[in-house]
Design a protein around this ligand. Structure first.
Ligand SMILES: *Cc1c(COP(=O)(O)O)cnc(C)c1O
Length: 429
């Protein structure tokens, strides 16, 4: 009595498995499976939600499947080899490519208006992949003194070891940057707004100067996000992001991405598949989930930041406010030209130096006191424990970073609560 039932069930299971396999086979084949959204097909808000999302997936799942598999199997050696050689679509090994990670890359590619995009385990893995993947001994790099702390360590410590000449110019001095570029430049590396003093570089002018020298031009767009700034539209060859920050937006996943000219992205991808700093599929999933609300979050963070900057600017205990949205900011006019919004990052200096900073920060109620930024929660810290933890006090001073500075990553909370919180915390001075 049992045998026929078991037999029917086995047949059902086998049929079911076959369908699943066919669905999975489609899932792993990229041609036409993703929503191929042209950059001009819809507004970026819509692309943030839909770009790269699967057209079809097993069980009709509406959300991107998290494919944790390390390897991808083939029925026969010929089809396996065809996929391995890139003749047919398909994945081989997740250090190289992975279906979940590929959706993340595609969504960012569309948001930055890029030809191609590739990912990395962290923002620093993406940045070092660009520098180590594209540069060679005797090349000359021009950048600014205010790049992200980790990036400036690559410039000061690691690249010179490979015989690469790096000139770090004063971030405020556009003429000096152009002059340095004109002395010969293979790679121009820019970041705007900068961390933590929110300086603004004139992207169009500097990129044009780099192009005149035949340099590869790279922009770290982490602070601005694709919501507010698209460096490729301003002429950049490559854009890099710490996806850990605004793209993910929830402080729960590390990631990095490089987007831009396909030939350069290919080289950076090739370096990364060998160097091995691949993005994890779970991180890709969390980042994708975050990116769907990128515009909502960043627009709210920017409007909160503007209100907070205005409040701080008139506060008697605050000696300096750095926010590109303030007309008093030295880069305000350039920011207005090249950005659509001014972002959620600001910093301010208080009366009483570092001692005052150590008293104000613990009094804040609606903040994380942490090194991260760009998350939905407001996050604060002094440069000495966040962006410039690698530097000595003297080095920070040389970079124009006051010890009395507080970096403020505005969250999505109600702005009245944030202003009231700052108001009571500043009473500690
Ligand atoms: C955080 C950050 C990085 C490094 O990114 P990780 O994901 O932490 O490696 C690079 N550039 C900027 C502007 C950053 O804020």
């Amino acid at each position: 009595m049992l045998a026929p039932v078991a037999c029917i069930q086995t047949r059902k299971i086998l049929a079911c498995l076959r369908t699943t396999c066919e669905q999975l086979a489609r899932l792993f084949t990229y041609g036409g499976r993703m929503r191929n959204i042209d950059n001009s097909a819809c507004s970026p808000e819509t692309a943030a939600v839909w770009a790269g999302e699967p057209q079809e997936s097993s069980h009709g799942a509406t959300q991107v499947p998290v494919v944790l598999s390390v390897g991808f199997g083939y029925e026969d050696v010929h089809s396996w080899q065809a996929a391995a050689m890139g003749e047919t679509a398909g994945h081989i090994y997740s250090r190289n490519t992975n279906p979940t990670v590929e959706v993340f890359e595609e969504k960012l590619r569309v948001l930055e208006g890029a030809e191609a995009a590739t990912s990395a385990a962290t923002g620093m893995a993406a940045i070092s992949g660009v520098l180590h993947g594209l540069l060679k001994p005797k090349d000359r790099v021009v950048s600014v003194k205010d790049t992200y702390g980790g990036t400036s360590v690559l410039f000061a410590e690691f690249l010179p070891r490979f015989g690469i000449d790096v000139d770090l110019v004063d971030t405020d001095d556009g003429d000096a940057i152009v002059e340095s570029v004109e002395r010969g430049c293979d790679l121009l590396y820019l970041e705007t707004p900068t961390n933590p003093t929110l300086k603004i570089l004139d992207l169009e002018r500097l990129i044009a100067a780099g192009k005149d020298q035949g340099a590869i031009t790279v922009v770290d767009n982490t602070f601005a996000t694709p919501v507010n700034q698209n460096p490729i539209a301003l002429g950049a060859d490559l854009v890099v992001h710490s996806a850990t920050k605004y793209l993910g937006g929830h402080g729960d996943a590390l990631g990095g991405v490089v987007a831009g000219r396909a030939d350069l992205v290919d080289t950076v991808y090739h370096h990364r598949e060998i160097n091995g700093a691949a993005m994890s599929p779970m991180a890709a999933y969390l980042l994708l989930r975050g990116m769907k609300t990128l515009f909502l979050r960043v627009e709210r963070q920017a409007s909160n930041a503007m209100t907070i900057a205005r409040f701080l600017e008139q506060h008697p205990k605050v000696t300096q406010v750095n926010y590109p949205g303030l007309p008093s900011h030295a880069g305000h006019e350039i920011a207005r030209r090249q950005m659509r919004g001014f972002g959620g990052m600001l910093s301010f200096a208080v009366e009483g130096g570092y001692d005052a900073v150590t008293r104000v920060i613990p009094r804040l109620q609606w903040v994380h006191r942490a090194a991260n930024l760009g998350a939905v929660e407001t996050t604060v810290g002094p440069p000495a424990t966040t962006s410039h933890v690698e530097c000595t006090e003297a080095e920070r001073a040389a970079l124009g970073i006051p010890e009395a500075l507080i970096r403020y990553s505005t969250g999505i909370e109600h702005v009245d609560d944030l202003v009231a919180d700052l108001d009571q915390a500043l009473e500690a001075i």
